[in-house]
Design a protein around this ligand. Sequence first.
Ligand code: ADP
Ligand code: MG
Length: 241
Amino acid sequence: MDTRTRTEAGILIEGLSKRYGTGASAVDALKDVNMRVAPGEVVGLIGPSGSGKTTLLKCLGAITTPTRGRMTLGGEVIFDQGWKIRDLTALRRDRIGFVFQAPYLIPFLDVTDNVALLPMLAGQPDAHARARALELLQALDVAHRAKALPSELSGGEQQRVSIARALANRPPVILADEPTAPLDSERALAVMRILNQMALQYQTAIIVVTHDEKIIPTFKRLYNIRDGQTIEEAGRGLALA
Ligand code: ADP
Ligand code: MG
């Protein structure tokens, strides 16, 4: 397999542009962005406020439509001067896991059902979805909390459950927006260790948007975005084991 084929199985962004509005008030939020994340890789996306980070995640997450360019997710072209996939809800549900700054767990469902919910909604038999949820909770070291309600968990445990939920549909791609912002240094590094382990174990391509100085040294590769243009940088790749 050549590098290009392997790369295309993760995330590939080519010549992506996004303009908000028209005429004199138009804002070019992304200008010809190129980016790639291989399966099993965790890549950082950093940049000042207003540089285009959220717009890029929204394009990848099929939440906003790019103006121009091409995006490949999990080996399939999803956008090439227009959406190639008609059912964007199914695209978001089946191919992309989202991790946010806050865990957003459903308060009246136990931990297992929080993780199993999306696969159940996608049509998986309940028993199958719950077995898969338990397997992920084990991998994330929170299986002992499987029957607890979110309110009974610590902040770190809740964030691990939200990562399990993001992995539940075995998405080829995870988009994480400031996943460690509210956590102390030790827990923030623990979340990064987990994301790196999960990326390798499930061959997921992960993008982490962050300005958290605690975790920036952990990335092997980073994209720095400024005024809608990305520059690829080598990171320190701090060992997390
Ligand atoms: P970041 O997440 O890095 O702070 P954003 O992607 O939110 O950056 O914003 C990039 C640029 O696009 C900014 O100039 C912002 O004002 C503009 N922008 C973002 N969303 C919209 C929108 N819905 N309509 C118009 N302009 C927007
Ligand atoms: Mg933002």
